[in-house]
Ligand binder design. Sequence first.
Ligand SMILES: Cc1cc2nc3c(=O)[nH]c(=O)nc-3n(C[C@H](O)[C@H](O)[C@H](O)COP(=O)(O)O)c2cc1C
Length: 413
Amino acid sequence: MNLVIHDLTQEEWSKVASKYDGWKVISDNGTIKPCIGCFGCWVKSPGECVIKDGYDQMGALIHHADEVLVISKYTYGGLSSFVKNVFDRSIGWVSPYFEVYEGEMHHQKRYPEDKPMSFIFRGAGLTEEDQAKARGYVEAACRNFHAIIKSITFETLESADSKPQGTEDGLAPTSVQKAAVSGLASTSVQKAADMQDVSETMEAGRLVMLNCSLRADNANSKKFMKRVLALLDGEQEIINLSSYLAHSEQLVELLLSAERIVLGMPLYVDGVPSAPLRIMELLEKSGKAAGKKIYVVANMGLYESKQIRHLLSIVKTWCEACGSEYCGGLAIGAGEMLKMMMRSENIDKGPSKNMAEGTKKIAAAINAGQAIEDIYADPFKFSRGMYIFAANASWPLDAKKNGLKKKDLFRQL
Ligand SMILES: Cc1cc2nc3c(=O)[nH]c(=O)nc-3n(C[C@H](O)[C@H](O)[C@H](O)COP(=O)(O)O)c2cc1C
């Protein structure tokens, strides 16, 4: 069995479907839910997602496929929100256990294979630089998944073909329209930037802090954002993207009203999680997201904060597409450990030292409305080996809470 994961509209698919006779096809039927970051696919029902929406067996499907083809609209140097959603829901394909692989911290395999994967990115006017970004993203994601890249190709779309097929109001997609909306970022950055306009509703100086993790109040992102918030001038609050999942148009309006936006994000499969990515697509599509100052506070489960670089690049490319200013990001390695130190009085010392310094720098930049270079904060004087040892010791404990034994974590489907 071969597997194709695509974000083509029904019309586009009907033109190429005959090439994929006998393939298992994963496309957007309007029911897919975003990953909620519960790690259930590792410690509750190892290998399968706990959200039963028809996309819960992605890990097993990838395992059983002889090879995998991914067809995605080129979206800010990465995948469209639908295809990214499928990737986010596929992490059960690998095991929760960590190891050092190709010089970086990564997950161990659940299955023995090195899966061949091919990628087709579709977009209008993709430059060498655009292509290099997508290649860099795919290489990182495939390293993380232990997949082998068979090919990465780029298909040029006529701009007319690649125009987003929006909704009546241009904001809230219906389930049928979601597939089209997921591809709205396909136009070249320059062309899109020309189209953008500053929202009439934008209030000078207004700051919105968006916690993009669907773990909501329990998110590590929120803990790091609170640290930044404590250093900001004036009364500010953090809003949860999770509260707006069924009301994305309201969230878009809220974000359009801001001049400064701080995005708190977890790293998912080396990029932006699908839920905030969809909001970013909608903001670009609104044509009113120009003139904003965008900051990012991103954290991750693995150790090396440099692995967040593709997420920051995706946000930066999105800013260019919107005509907004990317003002810098704080990339926090080993977020799952450092979050435990957030309540400590001594956050400026020990492993959280670099992160604490980073929050001060980005908070000062937000207060001044200035741009800074990206900050990469690894744990201070806490070795990668120790982090891997501690993290690997925690998985059987989590499994036990769910009535599972250590061996269940290695389940193959
Ligand atoms: C679907 C999914 C994909 C993830 N992918 C990565 C990854 O590529 N690299 C990484 O370091 N951590 C990855 N993580 C771990 C999260 O980044 C980490 O747990 C983070 O601390 C979660 O932050 P939050 O509590 O704000 O959601 C992933 C987690 C999930 C649920």
